[in-house]
Write a protein that binds this ligand. Structure first.
Ligand code: SAM
Length: 276
């Protein structure tokens, strides 16, 4: 009979978040598959646990996965851990779980630390329906395309982001979703310098222009509030810009407001109005 794969979350910053079940599972597994064995060794030392470890990280999921699967099939149990948070969530694990499921190897997911859920719960934004978008593409064009697909998304959206890309991403979010869209920028969750900035996209851009981003971030972005966004066309958007112009707004402000109201792309609206 095969062993069980346990998905074991580890703290995203605060060692106090290790539950008894997390510690017991690490203690009782026959071996641990770790994203970085040096990081996990520190955690095991903290818990006073000695356990054989193998590497299972993003670039060895094929070979590492085969080795883990062989041992599971021979009856050993494995605890899969990553450097921080829940395995398989923007972290190695997805393929291994799929392989286990395909081979009828039991998979047990232990609940525990996860940055996205921690951020969502504290964001102050709607939590009833949300979409997790993970990391946006590195390439600017691909990132903008991905965001453009989310233009009419009505659910709360969550993104993981690295500090060195935060300012560019906030600017793209503001450009795509409108400067007034609400955001909760969740930084260093569970850590000493935990901070949640609940604001609008333009304010977030301004804040981080003054305060260079440091640490780890989850961005929780309000969904599109425009009613029936799917029926709002670019022509509707252009008409709205022109109406706002007649009310006395500058072209720039009118475009920004129309884009925020409709969820349509500010740049496209601007160009269309210019073309007449
Ligand atoms: N599997 C992990 C989880 O369950 O949250 C996520 C791993 S992913 C490689 C790392 C990203 O998660 C970071 O770049 C950041 O966006 C987010 N993250 C992790 N820890 C965080 C923390 N303490 N505060 C804010 N964001 C965090």
């Amino acid at each position: 009979m095969s062993g069980t794969l346990y998905l074991v979350p580890t703290p995203i910053g605060n060692l106090g978040d290790i539950s008894r079940r997390i510690a017991d599972t690490l203690e009782q597994a026959d071996f641990i598959a770790a994203e970085d064995t040096r990081v996990t060794l520190k955690l095991l030392n903290h818990l006073g646990i000695k356990k054989p470890m193998v590497s299972y990280y993003r670039h060895n999921t094929a070979a590492g996965g085969e080795a883990v699967l062989r041992r599971l099939l021979s009856g050993e149990s494995c605890a899969l851990v990553t450097d921080a948070g829940t395995p398989a969530i923007s972290d190695p694990g997805e393929e291994l779980v799929a392989e286990c499921v395909a081979r009828s190897i039991p998979v047990v997911s232990i609940p525990g630390p996860c940055a996205l859920i921690t951020a969502l719960a504290a964001s102050g934004l709607p939590t009833d329906r949300f979409t997790f978008e993970g990391f946006l593409p590195m390439n600017k064009k691909n990132r903008r395309e991905r965001l453009s697909e989310l233009r009419g998304e009505g659910r709360t959206m969550l993104f993981y982001e690295a500090p060195h890309k935060l300012c560019a991403t906030l600017a793209d979010l503001s450009e795509t979703f409108g400067s007034d869209r609400r955001i909760a920028v969740c930084r260093e969750l569970t850590k000493l310098h935990e901070e949640i900035l609940r604001t609008t996209l333009d304010q977030a851009v301004a804040h981080y222009a003054q305060n260079p981003p440091k640490g780890e971030f989850v961005l929780v972005v309000e969904g599109c509030q425009a009613e029936k966004t799917e029926s709002v066309t670019l022509e509707d958007g252009v008409r709205r810009v022109l109406a706002l112009r007649e009310e006395g707004l500058s072209l720039k402000d009118a475009t920004r407001q129309a884009a925020a109201e409709t969820g349509l792309p500010k740049n496209e609206l601007y160009q269309l109005v210019l073309k007449g």
